[in-house]
Every structure is written in structure tokens, then in C-alpha cells.
Design a protein around this ligand. Structure first.
Ligand code: HEC
Ligand code: HEC
Length: 207
């Protein structure tokens, strides 16, 4: 079955309740003392991002195995509002730079587990070609490699990738100049069918 869009707010609202997250969670975080444990800080993330950073549902992205640079920049971007978010803006603001660094290192050491989700095989095949042409240069190994500090696309939850691409497309999230160029080229030639094909390709990578 091909991925179908549904609203971001609805999905995330369900998640916030399901995860028993309270707005004060960030304030209640354990204080970073000398040699404090990053794993303790990460405890307040597990409700949405799963134990060890592999989220169990489509509403929150997996954060295991991200490069520390990408992780830190993203948290800082959420906190400042530069990167659009539904929930992370509030959460990211609750942590100091050192705490974010500690969590970035903690999660970078955990293996990213690809999500099991539905996809359309024909669209995935088309998406693989588009990825090679427009994205592979920076999102290496079919979008699996975190090495270029560019996040992880292969096996990431589809709704998250979809929303993030929509944010880049709308200019709400600023991409690097080169990515902007490639994404615009892809959109000009392939339109939203191209996005759908890419999403199915990333979803198809499950091992
Ligand atoms: C209530 C659920 C929830 C909690 C708790 C939560 N997150 Fe998130 N996280 C999300 C959602 C949803 C997104 C997608 C952005 C958004 O809409 O806020 C996200 C996105 C992220 C991303 C970006 C991933 C990427 O690929 O770019 C990082 C990094 C992250 N969260 C780290 C954390 C850390 C660290 C904690 C704990 C201190 C945490 N999150 C707690 C729901 C949550
Ligand atoms: C020139 C390098 C480059 C190219 C080409 C590129 N990207 Fe990126 N991409 C990045 C970098 C760097 C980031 C990390 C942060 C940022 O700049 O927003 C990123 C981030 C992303 C994210 C967010 C990841 C996350 O976890 O939130 C998505 C989605 C994405 N790229 C999709 C694509 C797609 C699809 C293509 C091809 C059409 C593409 N990118 C082409 C460099 C690139």
C-alpha cells in the first residue's frame, strides 16, 4: 500500500497523549551534575523516541545513530524556532548546550533500526532512481549513512520525512544551498509524484 498523507497535528496530538508527556517534562529533567549520565537525560525522550532512540510509531522520528553534529544543530534549531516543529521547540529549550552534546553522543552510539512500514514497490523503484540522481551525493548509501551530518532517511518514519520535505519545500526549514538546488530541480521535473516516489523508496528500506 502506498503511503497516504494525514495531518501532522492529529498524529502528534495522539502521540503526546499516548506518551503521557507533560509540558513540564523538560523542566523535571534530571540535573546534569559532574559526570552526570546522558542515559538519564535521555529517559525523558523514550516516551516518543523509544528506548535507545528507535521510535515505535510513525508520529516521532527515530533519533538513534544520527551524527552528533546533525543532532546538536537540529536541537538548537528547534529551540530557536529556526527549524519548524510541533513539540520539539518546547522540549529543546529545556536543555543546556552541554546536555544536548551529551545526549547527541549517547544517541550517536545506538544503532538506527529501520522502521517496518508499508510501501508501493513500483514507486519505491522510481524513488531509488530519483534518490541516486538528486540526493545520494549527501545522503549516502540510499539515505542510510549519517556521515554527511544530513540525518537518516532510509527506514525513517514516512510521515516525518514527508513533513520535513514539505517544510523545506515551503522554505520554512532552510536547506543548504546545494540541497536546495537539487530539491528544486527534482520538484521542477517530477513534482509531488517525485516526493511520493522518494518516500516510498525510503520506506522500502527495512533491513
Ligand atoms: C512528546 C513526544 C516527544 C518527546 C518527549 C521528545 N521528542 Fe524529539 N521529536 C518528536 C517529534 C514529533 C519530532 C518531529 C519534530 C516535531 O514535530 O516536533 C521530534 C524530532 C526530534 C529530533 C529530530 C530528528 C531528525 O531526524 O531530524 C531530535 C534530534 C529529537 N527529537 C530529540 C529529542 C530528545 C533528545 C528528546 C528528549 C530530551 C526528545 N526528542 C523528546 C517528539 C518528541
Ligand atoms: C548537497 C548535499 C545535499 C543534497 C544533494 C541533499 N541533501 Fe538533504 N540534507 C543535507 C544536509 C546537510 C541536511 C541536514 C540539515 C539541513 O541542512 O537542513 C539535510 C537534511 C535533509 C532532510 C532532513 C533529515 C531529518 O532527519 O530531518 C531531508 C528529509 C532531506 N535532507 C532530504 C533530501 C532529499 C529528498 C534530497 C534529494 C532530492 C536531498 N535531501 C538532497 C544535504 C543534502
Amino acid at each position: 500500500m502506498a503511503y497516504k498523507t494525514f495531518t501532522r497535528a492529529a498524529l502528534v496530538a495522539g502521540l503526546a497523549v499516548g506518551a503521557a508527556f507533560s509540558a513540564t517534562a523538560a523542566e523535571e529533567k534530571p540535573k546534569m551534575m559532574m559526570g552526570a549520565d546522558a542515559a538519564m537525560l535521555a529517559n525523558s525522550c523514550t516516551g516518543c523516541h523509544g528506548t535507545d532512540g528507535n521510535s515505535l510509531g510513525p508520529a516521532a522520528p527515530s533519533i538513534a545513530g544520527l551524527s552528533p553534529t546533525y543532532f546538536e544543530e537540529t536541537m538548537v534549531g528547534f529551540a530557536s524556532g529556526e527549524i519548524p516543529s510541533t513539540i520539539m521547540n518546547r522540549i529543546a529549550k529545556g536543555y543546556t548546550e552541554d546536555e544536548i552534546k551529551a545526549m547527541a553522543k549517547h544517541y550517536a552510539g545506538k544503532p538506527f533500526v529501520k522502521a517496518t512500514q508499508s510501501f508501493d514497490a513500483d514507486l519505491a523503484a522510481k524513488g531509488a532512481k530519483l534518490h541516486d540522481k538528486y540526493c545520494e551525493k549527501c545522503h549516502a548509501e540510499g539515505g542510510q549513512s549519517p556521515e554527511d551530518d544530513a540525518g537518516v532517511l532510509a527506514g525513517q518514519w514516512t510521515p516525518y520525512v514527508n513533513w520535513t520535505l514539505a517544510d523545506y519545500k515551503a522554505g520554512d526549514r532552510e536547506a543548504t544551498k546545494k540541497m536546495k538546488k537539487k530539491l528544486s530541480e527534482m520538484l521542477e521535473r517530477e513534482g509531488s509524484d517525485g516526493v511520493m516516489a522518494l518516500l516510498n523508496y525510503y520506506a522500502s528500506q527495512q533491513k
